[in-house]
Design a protein around this ligand. Structure first.
Ligand SMILES: Cc1ncc(C[n+]2csc(CCOP(=O)(O)OP(=O)(O)O)c2C)c(N)n1
Ligand SMILES: [Mg+2]
Length: 382
């Protein structure tokens, strides 16, 4: 049956720096040396924090946590493109962006050890506008649209919102509702899907029949772009362009950053049960940090190997001190989460608090470090 084509669509792909560190000069973003060095420092910091937290977890000094090794580029690239007054409404794999926005590394130690204040927003403005770690998949995409809408109602014209989610989270209804209303209302939101190919042990192919996640944008009436999520220059460039468009009234954008989680989903996971070593090795060869270091050394002449080693050493020493400061604290309050259920105290919640404290006392009597164990269980991911 001969039909008339009324619309046809295409999906574009952006890569600036390929896996061998070869640069596409026509696409190279204009970044100052200071910005490039800042970007590098925070990517190294995110990597170091991950490694340090993994050791702490294996020694029983921190609870279960999700790892971000290999996924530093989308979050650091986006954070560099953002303004202090923009909102970051992230999930749980964006440590790099949080650090760049001014979050102290100890915030994650607090959060993943069950301290309620690990989820608190603090100073400066960029942190007050960084929502806490969010584990309920895709729920934050609705918060992002709501925040952007509220900012408009409050007359904040230049403020934009960047939200992150995973490939698995695109199966949640929340994601589709968020995309739909973001486009209908033309709010300034940049959705960044970190497609790391896996939702724990569930591969992307079993998550959606779409060839790309970027193309889902088309159905909702917004631009969608797929990009190399291990290429921090592409991540910066794509976010920057989407933010510029959002600020000038052009509405939302969906970016699909194709990347790979090089380590386990959380410390409770063993990826060898569901993916091959060969696959992992192939992705280690696309390591976003190796590629960016090469660019800074060989294309920009900004760093030498000795400089990089010095920076890594400085960061490692800094992180060591953060851990010491965190572990020296004695003011752990295991029932703090009960304080925040409602704005005022509530009899039912207080009854639950009493039961919780009784259980802790029982565990302590049985010789367990009950307070920490219970709080860590609470902080652990499903
Ligand atoms: C609504 C909801 N369902 C299930 C879970 C359990 N869960 C935690 S992480 C995860 C996988 C998420 O995969 P993806 O969205 O690809 O993000 P990634 O962990 O790969 O960054 C699941 C199923 C959850 N946290 N929230
Ligand atoms: Mg995933």
């Amino acid at each position: 049956m001969p039909l008339t084509t009324i619309e046809s669509f295409s999906v574009s792909y952006l890569q600036v720096l390929d896996e061998n560190g070869v640069l596409d000069r026509a696409l190279e973003p204009e970044l100052s040396d200071a910005d490039l060095l800042r970007l590098h420092r925070f990517m190294e910091m995110a990597r170091d924090s991950d490694q340090r937290m993994l050791k702490l977890q294996r020694q029983g000094r921190i609870g279960t946590f999700p790892l971000c090794t290999g996924q530093e580029a989308p979050s650091c690239g986006a954070a560099l493109a953002m303004r202090e007054s923009d909102w970051l409404v992230a999930s749980y794999r964006e440590r790099g962006a949080r650090l760049m926005r001014g979050e102290p590394p100890t915030q994650d130690y607090l959060y993943y050890n069950g301290f309620e204040e690990g989820a608190a927003m603090a100073e400066p403005l960029s942190m007050r506008r960084t929502t806490p770690t969010q584990v309920i998949l895709a729920a934050q995409t609705l918060h992002a649209v709501g925040i952007a809408y509220a900012m408009r109602l409050q007359g904040e014209k230049d403020t934009a919102v960047v939200t992150f989610l995973g490939d698995g989270a695109t199966s949640q209804g929340d994601f589709h509702e968020a995309l739909n209303f973001a486009a209908v209302w033309q709010v300034p939101v940049v959705f960044i899907c970190q497609n790391n190919q896996w939702a724990i042990s569930h591969p992307r192919e079993k998550q959606t029949r779409s060839e790309t996640i970027a193309q889902k944008a088309i159905a909702y009436g917004m631009p969608g772009l797929q990009l190399d999520g291990n290429d921090v220059l592409a991540c910066y460039r794509a976010t920057r362009e989407a933010l510029d468009r959002a600020r000038s009234g052009g509405g939302p954008t969906l970016l699909e950053a194709v990347t790979y989680r090089l380590l386990m989903h959380t410390t409770a996971d063993d990826p060898r049960k569901y993916r091959s070593e060969a696959d992992e090795q192939a992705w280690w060869r696309k390591d976003p940090l190796v590629r960016f270091r090469k660019y800074l050394k060989e294309v920009k002449g900004l760093l030498t190997d000795a400089d990089i080693e010095r920076i890594q050493h400085e960061i490692s020493e800094e992180n060591k001190q953060h851990v010491q400061a965190f572990e020296a604290r004695k003011d752990f309050k295991p029932d703090a989460s009960f304080d925040f259920v409602f704005g005022t105290r509530h009899a039912v919640i207080e009854e639950q608090r009493a039961l919780f404290l009784q259980d802790l006392a029982r565990r302590a009597g049985a010789g367990e470090d009950g307070a920490r164990t219970a709080a860590r269980e609470e902080a652990a991911h499903g």
